[in-house]
Design a protein around this ligand. Sequence first.
Ligand code: PMP
Length: 400
Amino acid sequence: MRGFADRLNGIGISASAAMTDKASVLRAEGLKIISLSSGEPDFPTPSHAVEAAVEAARSGDTKYPPQAGKPALKKAIQAKFLRDNNLDYALDEILVANGAKQIIYNAMMATCNPGDEVVLPTPYWISYADIARLGGADIVQVPCPAENNFRLSAAALDAAITPKTKWLVLNFPNNPTGACCPRKDMEAIAEVLLKHEHVWIMTDDIYEHLVYDDFQFCTLAEVEPRLKDRVLTVNGVSKAYAMTGWRVGFCGGPRDLIAVMNNMQGQSTSGINTIAQAAAVAALEGPQDFLRERATEYQGRRDLVVSLLNAIPGVECHTPQGAFYVYPEISDCIGKTTPEGRHIQSDADFVMALLEEKQVATVQGAAYGMSPFFRISYATSIETLREGCRRIEEFVLSLK
Ligand code: PMP
């Protein structure tokens, strides 16, 4: 016993990071790995954002920043919320952090007490659950079944809320399913939430610009302004602007919540890298047209992947309208054996065998709370996607 904290019990590296790491090890051994596990855009960061960072570094913008974010970035975020979401946040209702992940961490840590419940429409991004548990809270899953396009039903949500509910986390477009929430569903969800006045709602809108088939994105605080003082609207530059490595996320929310989150942040970091903040200002204030162009590119990849996967007997893939993931169902593969003698008893067995026998890295549905499925990220080239799907087909057809 080496004296580690109990709060870390059961909390490990995320399944997608574990898969990406395992794929790197196999790649270092000389195997040609097709990586469909990582949730990050393959596009470059826009050059005007890179230039702004260089300029910030050269001009001496290298001192401690204000802990909650530099005024220039907060103003850019304020304008972004108005422009894209019709949401009006004052500057002290905005917080900048090291990625949306740290926003979520600050929020849970600043609010959760042991015994509190965090309601997660399921499947969900694994970090919500682990961060909530770090904060001492319990997870309550609300299934969003494939038959319902992985959407959240207002009735199921209503049934999951108890007097102990602290947070509901909404994430549409969703990681891992790509599901979106149409405005009429959001209105029904809002109706439920108006009844439960003790519940805070976190809306993780990080995939807002990655929507397809003319889907109209909406966010809760705008759909139902009466909820705005209980909603934390979370976003960041990672996915839309292909800036995952810069680590800039942000949120808008009620002033008192932002203040305690900022207190939390003050004891873990003294503000966000100034150079990355300058890049984020340029991304948010610069040209936005390429967002639509990239979404069109992702849509083409989605169409390709969905059609290739659905051509495989034993794999069933819904057509998502957002993010860059698909979440195919593999019930027919469970209980079978691979040519090398591996028994597939779960989706975790499936993805491990697929990696070891066909060198394709994906992530098991168990990591997101709904099995038997697996997650494929299509934020990669058409050639890689074709080859990945070809290998998945070979693998599934080889199961006996
Ligand atoms: N939310 C969701 C749903 C995500 O998929 C991710 C990235 N995997 C994040 C938040 C974290 O984003 P950031 O890079 O801003 O921390």
